[in-house]
Write a protein that binds this ligand. Structure first.
Ligand code: TMP
Length: 206
């Protein structure tokens, strides 16, 4: 059976990546593709329960190490129940965040925990996306957009501006470390213009 494509969107909070994930899903569906649009943390019923533990409440609620375990548990559930079955039937899976978020949010911002993140990923997840769009955005602008939403899921936004600057650096470093998979996209433009570029890149990589 043909294996589907796995595409992920990454970026700091408020970067506009969820909008872009939706727009790419709509574009590919309009072309007749079977598309599963999903997100992390979450994307399966159990993983959505774990999501609430992670994104709500006091910023100090969990250490970075505990977060790595919780995000990996949620990802494993998402992989087993949503991602793998969809790829196996040949669908295109578009996920709003995946393992790159753990590499950056948990792996580099609060001490160097990248090795722990990588080891757990190899043991428990073991797949990489075919294509990743990293939406780049000025952290001050992104933070005001993200917090303005008042989603009740602001635990990471509440870690402050300095944290968001570190995240941006982390995503840029990831983009240059994996250029065959990652496209860094300028997020300071009209959403439709960004979506147009992303659709072209997705078509080119198909
Ligand atoms: P979202 O706002 O994009 O839905 O993501 C929820 C929050 O979880 C966001 O602040 C980023 C954070 N996060 C991590 O810290 N590590 C991860 O592995 C993932 C998937 C998300």
């Amino acid at each position: 059976m043909s294996q589907g494509r796995f595409i992920t969107f990454e970026g700091i909070d408020g970067s506009g990546k969820s909008t872009q994930a939706r727009l790419l899903a709509a574009y590919l569906r309009a072309k007749g593709e079977d598309v599963v649009l999903t997100r992390e943390p979450g994307g399966a019923p159990g993983a959505e329960e774990i999501r609430r533990l992670l994104v709500e409440g006091d910023p100090e609620r969990w250490s970075a190490e505990t977060e790595i375990l919780l995000f990996t548990a949620a990802r494993r559930d998402h992989l087993e129940r949503t991602i793998r079955p969809a790829l196996e039937r040949g669908a295109t899976v578009i996920s709003d965040r995946f393992a790159d978020s753990t590499r950056v949010y948990q792996g580099t911002t609060r001490g160097d925990l990248r090795k722990l993140v990588d080891n757990l990923h190899d043991m428990m997840i073991g797949i990489e996306p075919d294509l990743t769009f990293i939406i780049d955005m000025d952290p001050s602008e992104a933070l005001s957009r993200g917090l303005a939403r008042k989603s009740g899921e602001d635990r990471f936004e509440d870690m402050g501006a300095e944290f968001q600057f570190k995240l941006r650096e982390g995503f840029m470093a990831l983009a240059s470390a994996a250029p065959e998979r990652c496209h860094l996209v300028n997020g300071h433009r009209d959403p439709d213009a960004i979506a147009h570029d992303i659709a072209m890149l997705a078509d080119l990589a198909a």
